[in-house]
Each structure stands twice: as structure tokens, then as C-alpha cells.
Design a protein around this ligand. Structure first.
Ligand code: ADP
Ligand code: MG
Length: 700
């Protein structure tokens, strides 16, 4: 249960005056939540910059192009003449040193007269410009009288917004949320506070959302750093709690004599790369240890993780135990079973697949065999973690494409056996510093070499104005018998993204040209239908496969050599890399065409440049991080690694290590989170929604 003291922060934003259904929708989009955001989400949405209104020059000394606050007397109005609605409403104002023109476009009749009464003194704040030799302020941001001036903040935060959401209304909502901030206990240990000079949480939030100095909102400043540390500590503590759970009682051994593994290796039509061999050996060594394995197998798309996973499963099978392999999508799970089944059969490993699609008798049979120990490896999706899926002796949980699963799902799978070893497969190469943040203290194996015989991919960026040429090129490829992926971004409901080509629309237009050689797969399709299309593509019956990002992970059609990505500027680097990894898998040269819509923003251009320059996933991951830092500032949303809203790898890497050390110290000194300090830490975990592990405390 969440501590009651946090309830005000978890109230819905719609409980704030002035935040209605329309704002709710915009805020969900802005804050990337599928449900109505809570006040805490607003408070953790930190400003990207500030406006400084403290400059108070005379009219004569005001510097054009800067934001100033002027003290003026209103001299006269020249309202918009009737019938000329495009002409502005002009207000002539002055001080002792000169005149300034305040300009309003499309003002409601009477509004400006009321705001700026003739003969009165007013403070107007905004950017001044010189037009026709006259100093002007177009649409002052603020107009206040003497009383209002006292309340006018000199420095105002500026937030990342979304179309339709006004800065003023977001600011008001945040300010109201700040008012509701309860007095929370301090969870950071006193010596850390004094060593890092962290301000209290309330001060940090207040100074960031209501800055007193321009530097208050800097990510490396004390206020942001405090919040980043909180977020990191919550993450590290949650991981440490889980890890503490993953201690196997000594004496249990999970590996056999190697006979199944040898048979699999003999059945392979290729030789393992040396990094595959090393990874398999490291896993086997882990399985021998009397401590539970928690290992990350990182390898770029196509580096051959599946066979390493199969060898791990075989190792526990040799010892009479079972393994599970959980994938995030149905397509991926089927892909795995397709690779695994023939090898497993030759080696004598009993495998099956379980997804949402296996129903009725088929499902009952699988479950019965699983419970009886007649299955050695069960491959599947989320369906694996349903309650009625019972293993006889689960010893190894393999989780593919980990970052798509939450901690909850990982735990649910490992709780289906005694002291289950965990192997995580990730195709997103994560720089080492970040592995800590996402997975905690995990052992890592990397598959750095590509299997032999892979061809380079020729990647080009092409403006969408040249679409016809691209389609002609695809036509020639189809005539030559080649297989082509045509990727369209997901259709989002938000009006902010209205230009995206709908996959269905593109499918229909390509069908006109290529007839039944074109197929379509997208996320909303039924599983069987998806498989049918994928199989037809793999068999070459379909030559152009129009797809949303469902092909992003894991799909393996080595004969496909061409990929067209529409609206490539919309995709994050990691995603582009994953997508492109679907081609260049066979022995033929491949081509990737990135279609982009002009004009191309600076960030998108940088992403497309990186993806053209290299196919090295690790380099791409590093570039991604660098760009992402700036991307946050520029307000670009990127898909990719989830989880952290405040901490930034490039600024706070020091804090990551500190938070890790602190989490380990807490686990040593107070593993049950007892006492006052423990209560405070529970608060922290709930605040950042890292509370998954709390029920585990004291469970053993
Ligand atoms: P990923 O790491 O993306 O999951 P897969 O395990 O799907 O990669 O492997 C991609 C392809 O490479 C598969 O067709 C697999 O059979 C093949 N493969 C794996 N290891 C090797 C190897 N050592 N030599 C040649 N091909 C390999
Ligand atoms: Mg894979």
C-alpha cells in the first residue's frame, strides 16, 4: 500500500481547477501516459529553460530583441478599424524617456481597453523590437498594475509543450501542484546530504518550478541533481531488493554433462562465433554456481543470441530441469520456436510454444505436459506468466528484449520455480554505465562479432518528394525477385502527428501497382493472420511487405535485402537500427532507404546521419545518448529506453554510481527497510513508482 502521505501527489490532474478533459488529453500526450496524469507527473516534468523578466530599463534604454519589463503610462488607443480585422489594435504608451507601441492582433473588442486604461500606469513585460524606428512590444506576455507587480515573478520557467497546450495553463497547473506538495520525510542519509550538498526535496521542486536564479533549472545544479539522485536511488534500491531476492540456496546445480549441448552444436549448419562460444561458456559457469544467475546477453540484431539461449536451456535440461523463453511479441516468439524446434528435435530436447493463440485442448495439453515435466523448454509471450502455467521444475527464465518487460513480469516468471536463474537477451546495445541504471548489477556477455558472411548495408536518406522514384526502384527489385520491407510509422491518434502515412493507405497504393505481391502486417491484426503473411513473405510469395514496427524485433527473413522506411525522421536511432537489422542477414548485399519529410529538423538530420554512417550498434547507442540529451532540451520525443524522467546519463553518471553504492549500503544495513529511515525509503520507492519489490521484503 502506498503511504497515505503521498496521496495528494497521486491525485489526478483533473482535480485541479482549470484542468478539464481537453487538458487531460493534452497532458497525457505530453507526459507520455496512457491514463490521466497525476500531480506527481506534473512536478517531475521539469523546465527546459527560463524567461528572465528582471530587466527593468527605461523605454529609452530597452535593448531591442530582449525581454524587458517596462513601467509606462497609457496615452491612447487606436483600436482595429471596423472591417479591417487584420490590422492590429495599437496602444501608445510612454515613460519620461520615450514612447513605446504595444500591439495586439485579433483582440476581442474592449479587451485591450480594459487591460490598459488610458492615463493609468502599468507594467508591461515582453520582448521589445524596433519597427519603422519605433520601439514596439507585440502581445506583451504580462500586463500588471502596481499590486500585480509584486506577484510578477522575475524568472519564469519554460516547459516542453505539445500542440494545443498553452505555456500559461501548464504553468498554472504546476504551480497548483506545488501547493499540494506534502511535507515528506527525508530519505537520503545525512552523510550523503552533506557530502553532495543536496537541498531538501521541497526546496528542489520549488526552486526548479519557481526559479529565483537563472541557474536554478540547470540539470547539473543542486536542485535538479537532488531530484535525479532521488530517482536513481529509487531505481537502484528497487533493483537491489530484487537482486537480494535472487539468492539461490547453496548446493543446487543446474547443469548437466553437456551431451545435449554437444548434439545441438553438431546439428548447427554453421560454426559458433567465438563470442557465442564465450557467452555459452560464461552461462554454463553461472549455472554451476550456488548463486542465482542474473546475466545480460547483449548482441546486436542478427548476432545470434537465440542459439546461445538454446544452449543455456539445454544445459538445465541435462540436469533434468526446465527452461522458459519469454518474448515480447507473438511474431518474435514464433520466430524463436522456428529457429529452435529443428535443432531441439535433433538433440532430443522437448519444446513447445504458448501464446494467447493456443487455446482449449491444445493449451490444456501443453500445460499438462509442462506440469508433468514432459516439456524441457517452453517458448512464449506474456501468456507464460498466467497463473495456471505451472512448471514441474523451472530452473532457467530467458527473457528476450528485456526493456519491453517490466520488473513485475520478470518477477512473475521467475517465481514459477525454485531459485530460477535469469538470462536476459537484449538487442539494444546499452553503454555500460547505463546497464547499471536499467538492470542493476548484472553480469554481461556481449556478442560483438557478426556471424560470418554478412554483407554490408547501403543506407541512404531520400526526401519523400522522390517517392515515385523509390517506388520505381522497388518495382525493379521485385522484377529481379527480391524481397522488400516497407515500414510505416504507427498511426497515433494525436492531431500533432497528422502527416504520417498510414500503413493501410500505403498498402493500398502499392497494391495498385504490384497487385498480390504486396502484403500487410500491423499490430492490430490477429496472430494467425500475421503469421500467414509473414510466412508468405519468407516463402517469397509476397515480395513487398508493408509493415508497422511489428517487424522491429526479432523477425528473421534472410532473403529480404531491401528496406524502405517512411517518415524515418520520426523514428529514434535505436529503433531505426533495430528495423534495419532485419536486412543484411543473408549472403546478398542489402539496401536501406530512409524516406524523410522535409524540412528536416536538426535532431532528425543528426539521427539520419548517424544511421547512414555506421551499422555498429554500440556506436549507435552512444550517439543516441549524446543526441538524446540535446533532444530533451529541444523537446523532441524519442522512443527508446524507458524509465528515467529526470536523471540524464551524460550529466548524472557520477550520481548513478553513488546511488548504486547507497542502495547496496541500505541492503547491508537495513535490508527490511525498517524504522523511520525505512519508512522514508518506502515513500521514495512509491513516489517514483519503483515499489514492485516492496512486497518481496521480508518474504524470505
Ligand atoms: P538475434 O541476435 O538478432 O536474435 P538470431 O539469433 O535471430 O539473432 O540469429 C540471426 C540469424 O543468424 C539466424 O538466422 C541464425 O540462424 C544465424 N546465426 C546465428 N549464429 C550464427 C553463426 N555463428 N554463423 C552463421 N549464422 C548464424
Ligand atoms: Mg533475436
Amino acid at each position: 500500500m502506498r503511504p497515505a502521505i503521498l496521496n495528494p501527489l497521486f491525485a489526478l490532474v483533473t482535480s485541479l481547477p482549470g484542468v478539464g478533459p481537453k487538458q487531460d488529453k493534452l497532458l497525457r500526450y505530453l507526459l507520455d501516459r496512457s491514463e490521466t496524469p497525476r500531480l506527481v507527473d506534473l512536478l517531475l516534468h521539469l523546465p527546459t529553460s527560463v524567461i528572465d523578466r528582471r530587466a527593468r530599463p527605461t523605454v529609452h534604454d530597452a535593448v531591442p530583441g530582449t525581454v524587458v519589463t517596462l513601467e509606462v503610462t497609457v496615452d491612447r488607443h487606436r483600436p482595429t478599424p471596423p472591417g479591417r480585422s487584420r490590422a492590429p489594435h495599437l496602444v501608445y504608451a510612454s515613460d519620461d524617456t520615450g514612447d513605446v507601441l504595444l500591439t495586439y492582433f485579433r483582440a476581442k473588442p474592449g479587451y485591450v481597453e480594459k487591460l490598459l486604461p488610458v492615463g493609468e500606469k502599468r507594467y508591461v513585460s515582453g520582448t521589445v523590437q524596433v519597427f519603422d524606428g519605433t520601439l514596439q512590444m507585440v502581445h506583451p506576455d504580462r500586463v500588471v498594475d502596481e499590486a500585480g507587480l509584486a506577484k510578477l515573478s522575475g524568472i519564469e520557467p519554460v516547459y516542453r509543450l505539445t500542440e494545443g497546450l498553452a505555456l500559461g495553463s501548464l504553468r498554472r497547473a504546476v504551480a497548483q501542484a506545488l501547493q499540494k506538495l506534502p511535507a515528506l520525510p527525508e530519505w537520503i542519509a545525512p552523510d550523503v546530504i552533506s557530502r553532495c550538498r543536496f537541498p531538501p526535496l521541497a526546496e528542489a521542486l520549488n526552486r526548479i518550478h519557481a526559479p529565483l536564479e537563472l541557474t536554478d533549472i540547470l540539470p547539473d545544479g543542486p536542485f535538479w541533481s537532488r531530484l535525479a539522485y532521488d530517482e536513481l536511488l529509487a531505481g537502484q534500491l528497487a533493483l537491489a531488493l530484487i537482486r537480494a531476492q535472487l539468492r539461490r540456496p547453496a548446493g543446487v546445480r543446474h547443469t548437466g554433462d553437456g551431451h545435449l549441448r554437444n548434439r545441438i552444436i553438431d546439428a548447427l549448419p554453421y560454426a559458433l562465433t567465438s563470442s557465442q562460444q564465450e557467452a555459452a561458456a560464461a552461462i554454463a559457469a553461472d549455472l554451476q554456481q550456488p548463486v542465482r544467475m542474473l546475466r545480460l546477453l547483449q548482441g546486436d540484431v542478427g548476432s545470434g543470441k537465440t542459439v546461445v539461449a538454446l544452449l543455456a536451456a539445454a544445459a538445465v535440461t541435462e540436469a533434468g530441469k526446465q527452461a522458459a523463453l519469454m518474448a515480447p511479441t507473438e511474431i518474435l516468439a514464433r520466430q524463436h520456436i522456428k529457429t529452435i524446434a529443428p535443432l531441439a528435435e535433433r538433440a532430443g530436447l522437448r519444446v513447445a510454444i504458448l501464446t494467447g493463440r493456443e487455446k482449449g485442448k491444445e493449451r490444456r495439453d501443453i500445460l499438462a505436459r509442462l506440469a508433468a515435466g514432459e516439456l524441457d523448454l517452453l517458448v512464449g509471450t506474456h501468456a507464460l506468466i498466467q497463473d495456471d502455467v505451472i512448471f514441474k521444475a523451472l530452473a532457467l527464465a530467458i527473457v528476450d528484449e528485456q526493456h519491453r518487460f517490466g520488473v513485475r513480469e520478470r518477477l512473475a516468471l521467475t517465481s514459477k520455480g525454485e531459485a530460477v536463474d535469469v538470462l536476459v537477451l537484449s538487442a539494444t546495445p546499452i553503454p555500460r554505465t547505463l546497464v547499471l541504471t536499467y538492470f542493476g548489477d548484472m553480469d554481461i556477455s556481449e556478442l560483438r562479432e557478426k556471424p560470418a558472411g554478412r554483407q554490408a548495408i547501403d543506407t541512404r536518406a531520400i526526401p519523400s518528394s522522390r517517392l515515385t522514384e523509390v517506388i520505381d526502384g522497388v518495382g525493379r527489385a521485385v522484377d529481379a525477385g527480391k524481397l522488400v520491407y516497407w515500414i510505416c510509422p504507427l498511426v497515433e491518434e494525436s492531431e500533432a502527428i497528422e502527416h504520417l502515412t498510414d500503413a493501410t493507405t500505403r498498402f493500398e497504393s502499392l497494391q495498385k501497382r504490384f497487385g498480390d505481391k504486396v502484403g500487410l502486417v500491423h499490430g492490430q491484426m490477429k496472430g494467425t493472420e500475421k503469421d500467414r503473411v509473414m510466412a508468405a513473405f519468407a516463402a517469397g510469395e509476397i515480395q513487398v511487405l508493408v509493415a508497422t514496427t511489428v517487424v522491429e524485433v526479432g523477425v528473421d527473413v534472410p532473403a529480404a535485402t531491401i528496406m524502405v522506411i517512411e517518415n524515418a525522421e520520426r523514428f529514434g536511432l535505436a529503433q531505426l537500427h533495430q528495423l534495419r537489422g532485419r536486412i543484411g542477414r543473408g549472403s546478398e548485399a542489402s539496401t536501406c532507404l530512409l524516406l524523410y519529410r522535409e524540412p528536416l529538423g536538426e535532431m532528425s538530420a543528426a539521427r539520419l546521419r548517424v544511421i547512414r554512417e555506421t551499422t555498429d550498434g554500440f556506436r549507435i547507442a552512444e550517439e543516441d545518448l549524446k543526441l538524446r540529451g540535446e533532444g530533451d532540451v529541444l523537446g523532441t520525443r524519442q522512443s527508446g529506453l524507458p524509465g528515467y524522467r529526470i536523471a540524464r546519463s551524460e550529466v548524472h553518471s557520477q550520481l548513478i554510481t553513488q546511488a548504486r553504492d547507497e542502495a547496496l549500503r541500505i541492503m547491508r544495513d537495513n535490508p527490511k527497510l525498517a524504522g523511520e529511515q525505512g519508512d522514508a525509503l518506502r515513500c521514495l520507492l512509491y513516489l517514483f513508482e519503483r515499489d514492485e519489490a516492496i512486497p518481496l521484503i521480508g518474504a524470505g
